[in-house]
Design a protein around this ligand. Sequence first.
Ligand SMILES: N[C@@H](CCC(=O)N[C@@H](CS)C(=O)NCC(=O)O)C(=O)O
Length: 257
Amino acid sequence: MPNAAEVLLNSLGSTARGWRGTRVLTRQSTQPDKPLKLYDIEACPYCRLVREVLTELDLDVMILPCPKGGTRYRAEAQAIGGKQQFPLLVDDNTGTVMYESAAIIDYLAKTYRGRSRGANRWLRPVSEMSSSLASAFRLRPTGISGMRVRASTPPAGPLELFSFESSPYSMAVRARLCELELPYLLRNTGKGGWKDIGPPSFRDKLFKGPMDTTRNRAWLAEHTGRVQLPYLIDPNTGTQMYESADIIRYLDKTYAN
Ligand SMILES: N[C@@H](CCC(=O)N[C@@H](CS)C(=O)NCC(=O)O)C(=O)O
């Protein structure tokens, strides 16, 4: 278990956002041939709004972390888009390079034909305010979690993380991946039905629902026999693991300097 205060604060942040980025709201989204790329800061309120929609549209995305003080992907983002502003979306399927979270959200919903509450323009000021409040809940004694770089050794290739945006446990792992500037394929694993609600320990005892309600849940059920988030795959070391606290320890041990 990660620190209980960490989980509580992350849950308060997700509550501020009305738990957006929990459920998959479409069954029709088309997975792009080439992975979408998002230059992202985990603690950035605008990046969060985009990631929520990616969960709701059930789209995977390559996250290229650009924490404050980071050196690994910031220059690349600047070379591609002309400035260091995040989120920055790159979609090689359509030749799109795009700043501005509201534009990115519209683009994703239109291009991948999904339904997402995040695309509602009338709610935009509320979204910005509540997402900033959610970022405030990331404040820790050491600084804002998922905002500033920590020294690390780059991996040979990207990692993979199964997660959904509002998950308080996954959030702690994503924050560390961002701080360590570790690129990862974010495999969005939103909930598909009401029987997916609640932590696995409670859910699995209370109701025996099907585990394969969404695309990546089906993958986890088939390959690991359970569905719990986060789940990390590190192809660089042949590591696969559940449990956020263990994952964070693993990332620190393997990559932090
Ligand atoms: N209106 C933009 C605002 C984006 C923005 O201000 N992002 C901040 C991070 S929260 C940023 O890029 N800061 C520059 C930096 O971190 O270097 C949007 O919605 O995408």
